[in-house]
Design a protein around this ligand. Structure first.
Ligand code: PEP
Length: 240
């Protein structure tokens, strides 16, 4: 399977800025056949992604979803709304949502289930809060991942993407985890039968050694992909 290289744009880019981003990214990655690509803009720009990335090699999706089909949930967005806009990936349980919105493993499980029910791919984020041994990290994330996949039948496990994102390795001022450490955690997570990608301070320097780990099946990029050239540079490493 080709590596999966994606980005979540978090709460960045207006719709106009997102249009410019997609227009810049599209030709940069057009020649690439060595990886699968996806972009998760804010909800307000999902329709822009649909318009600007249609018939390209970049899939799009969203950063969250409500677990119910429809109804009295002010401000929320349903899976069918996302599927209708051509989304094929939906991020679930990012540590910032767990932190800012108190999302529990149980809610994450419901969202994963809902995304699969609507024939999209959940990107389910897990990560330990602070640095420690790879055994301790694996113990923590296996607990989160097992809980998050508790509503996924055995035969659907391969449809889930687990994004291993150590919380301490994410965001401004952080550095990516050591590639060998990542490799050990991924090997353990692989027992769940999902695809496992890594996120946390990935850039064009750290990406190569991380991708070289056998159990790393892709990358989930934050800051370094806010510039389309940065995202493309990381994706291009998969063709070397
Ligand atoms: C993230 O938060 O999912 C992420 C990967 O961020 P960054 O690359 O900026 O650490």
């Amino acid at each position: 399977m080709r590596p999966l290289i994606g980005t979540g744009l978090k709460m960045n880019l207006t719709s106009s800025e997102a249009a410019a981003y997609f227009d810049a990214l599209r030709p940069l990655v057009a020649p690439l056949t060595s990886c699968e690509l996806f972009v998760l803009p804010p909800f307000t720009s999902v329709w822009v992604a649909r318009d600007r990335l249609r018939d390209s090699n970049v899939a799009w999706g969203a950063q969250d979803v409500h677990p119910q089909d429809a109804g009295a949930h002010t401000g929320d967005v349903s899976a069918s709304m996302l599927a209708d806009l051509g989304c094929t990936f939906v991020e679930v349980g990012h540590s910032e949502r767990r932190r800012d919105h108190g999302e529990s493993d149980q809610l994450v499980a419901q969202k994963v289930h809902q995304v699969l029910r609507h024939h999209m791919t959940p990107i389910m984020c897990v990560g330990e809060p602070s640095p420690g041994s790879s055994e301790a990290a694996l113990d923590h994330v296996l607990g989160q991942a097992r809980a998050g996949m508790s509503m996924v039948p055995e035969q659907d496990r391969a449809r889930v993407v687990i994004a291993y994102e150590p919380v301490w390795a994410i965001g401004e001022g952080a550095v990516a985890a050591d590639p060998k450490f990542i490799g050990r955690v991924h090997r353990g997570l692989k027992e769940l039968g999902a695809r496992v990608i890594y996120g946390g301070s990935v850039d064009h320097v750290t990406a190569g050694p991380i991708l070289a780990q056998a159990a790393v099946e892709g990358l989930f990029v934050g800051r370094a992909a806010l510039d389309p050239k940065g995202f493309a540079a990381i994706a291009q490493l998969t063709s070397l």
